[in-house]
Design a protein around this ligand. Structure first.
Ligand SMILES: Nc1ncnc2c1ncn2[C@@H]1O[C@H](COP(=O)(O)OP(=O)(O)O)[C@@H](O)[C@H]1O
Ligand SMILES: [Mg+2]
Length: 180
């Protein structure tokens, strides 16, 4: 079974793509749901914390029980790249200024908007993904790409036809410089 992780900063469009993939009949699981199923998700105040070792230890068995005859599954969420046995990791990206608009429309408070813009600007999740998964990482810039097109790109990558999305693509340094 091929495991495809879809990760990225809050607001890049993971849940939107997940619902399109589901509507196309793909197997899609939320990483927090799976982590809870592994007994690896804890609450610390307002934050959710994942015991990464426990998640990785229990995950193969849980997945086998959930989906015996699947040839591929998509695991979605900003912690999904922590799955060591993912076969490929897709990091959705968005220009931080575009992210501001999306998160403001979603009613996020200003401090959370800023924190997520900064995390996206410094490639926080992408760097983590490359550290764990190296050349199995793909990036899709969703800034100007409609959700249906993002979903098509995700499926292409999952089918091994996404070489154009391999390796580091997003570069928000111009945006960062405009902040100073
Ligand atoms: N490709 C896209 N282009 C423009 N807006 C998008 C795109 N994908 C998602 N959005 C919008 O951005 C917001 C955040 O999307 P969501 O899927 O909830 O992100 P995430 O699950 O990564 O936090 C939503 O309002 C959604 O409608
Ligand atoms: Mg989401």
């Amino acid at each position: 079974m091929k495991i495809i992780a879809i990760t990225g900063t809050p607001g890049v469009g993971k849940s939107t793509v997940a619902s399109i993939l589901k509507s196309l009949g793909h197997e899609v699981y939320d990483i927090e749901y799976l982590a809870r199923g592994c007994g690896a998700l804890y609450s610390e105040g307002m934050d959710k914390v994942v015991d990464v070792d426990k998640l990785n230890e229990k995950f193969p068995e849980l997945l086998k029980n959930l989906c015996q005859s699947c040839d591929k599954v998509f695991v979605v969420g900003h912690l999904s790249h922590l799955l060591r046995n993912a076969d490929c990791v897709i990091v959705l990206r968005c220009n931080p200024e575009g992210l501001r608009t999306r998160l403001a429309e979603r009613g996020y408070p200003e401090d959370k908007i800023r924190a997520n813009m900064e995390a996206e600007a410094i490639d926080y999740i992408a760097v983590e993904a490359y550290e764990i998964h190296g050349n199995k990482v793909y990036e899709i810039d969703t800034t100007k790409m409609p959700p249906a097109e993002v979903a098509r790109a995700v499926v292409a990558i999952a089918e091994g036809k996404g070489d154009e999305f391999r390796g580091l693509r997003a570069d928000w340094s111009e945006v960062i410089l405009s902040w100073y």
